[in-house]
Design a protein around this ligand. Structure first.
Ligand code: PAF
Length: 304
């Protein structure tokens, strides 16, 4: 049950409030802080699924209050049509969030977040220049713009991000370290909490973009994780290069799937490795085009 309370906010249930304005959001979280309550932030672009739900559930468990932002951030899209087609399902999102126990949903307009163009530029090479950074120029700059704004609006104790976007977490960690080095108090207090990928029973990583797949595309998409999963065993007796080739060949052999890139990287720096002994933790990161549209799906796997 919900009703309009005033122009700025909508009460969804007794327990969850939808906030549209930055001013109101700041007032709510500052009241919580004055009351010595801890605040968890879960930044999202909406079209929520069980993967997001797991982040929110963890935040609810670990903090006194949880803010979930639902905002399709235009500055991180380097493809206009991708931005236009991104699914927007605020009503369903709010129902899901209310059931998990989120306290505030911040769902602002673009004008509210960007009253003027954001000209700030963020650069953390190689973290933001390799892989997604190379194929989606400007993407991580846009992610840093919105995430830094959300961090400054909410000043959370913890912020939760899904490991499906493995590179995004590394970029956000680098951005946070930058703010810490500049002595920003909110940054010093903030802890980034990476959360494990949630998968369908057939292995497909949950993603808001899965909603855009036709049933034929949905049928072939699990081959991405199948190849990644099988490559872990394969890697035990093969080189890094052979393992890369195996993953790419196996996925490309499926009609309708085309690998854009597959890289096996040092999980800390995101630089490519040549040998399994090159880094303590090694991750394989992939992007695959699925179907005719095509839908761009990302995934990753840990080797060690
Ligand atoms: O991962 C996402 O959904 C987005 O990149 C984020 C972190 C919410 C910023 O818009």
């Amino acid at each position: 049950m919900y009703g309009i309370c005033n122009n700025a906010s909508v009460f969804y249930s007794k327990a969850m409030e939808i906030i549209k304005s930055v001013k109101e959001l700041k007032a709510k979280v500052s009241a919580l802080r004055n009351d010595s309550k801890t605040v968890g932030l879960v930044p999202t672009m909406g079209a929520l699924h069980a993967g997001h739900a797991s982040l929110v559930a963890r935040s609810v468990e670990e903090n006194d209050a949880t803010v979930v932002s639902v905002f399709v951030n235009p500055t991180q899209f380097n493809d206009k049509s991708d931005l236009e087609h991104y699914p927007r399902t605020l009503d369903a999102d709010c129902k899901l969030l209310s059931g998990i126990g989120a306290d505030y949903v911040f769902a602002p307009s673009v004008e509210e977040v960007y009253p003027e163009a954001d000209t700030r530029s963020f650069s953390y090479p190689p973290t933001d220049t390799v892989m997604e950074g190379a194929f989606r120029p400007g993407h991580f700059n846009g992610v840093c713009q919105i995430v830094s704004k959300l961090f400054m609006f909410v000043e959370p104790d913890r912020a939760y991000f899904g490991e499906k976007d493995f590179q995004q977490i590394a970029v956000i960690q680098a951005m946070l370290a930058d703010y810490v080095s500049r002595g920003e108090e909110w940054a010093m207090r903030l802890q980034i909490c990476p959360c494990p990928i949630v998968r369908e029973d057939d292995g497909l990583a949950l993603s808001s973009r899965n909603a855009l797949l036709t049933s034929a595309e949905r049928g072939i998409a699990p081959n991405i994780y199948k190849a990644l999963h099988e490559s872990v065993e394969y890697s035990k007796t093969h080189t890094v290069e052979e393992t890369k080739q195996m993953v790419v060949a196996q996925i490309n052999s499926v009609d309708g799937l085309t690998v854009q890139y597959y890289d096996i990287v040092n999980a800390a720096t995101l630089e490519s490795v040549s040998n399994w002994g090159d880094a303590e933790h090694i991750q394989g990161c992939i992007t695959v085009f699925c179907g005719a549209t095509p839908i761009r799906l990302i995934d990753n796997i840990n080797y060690k």
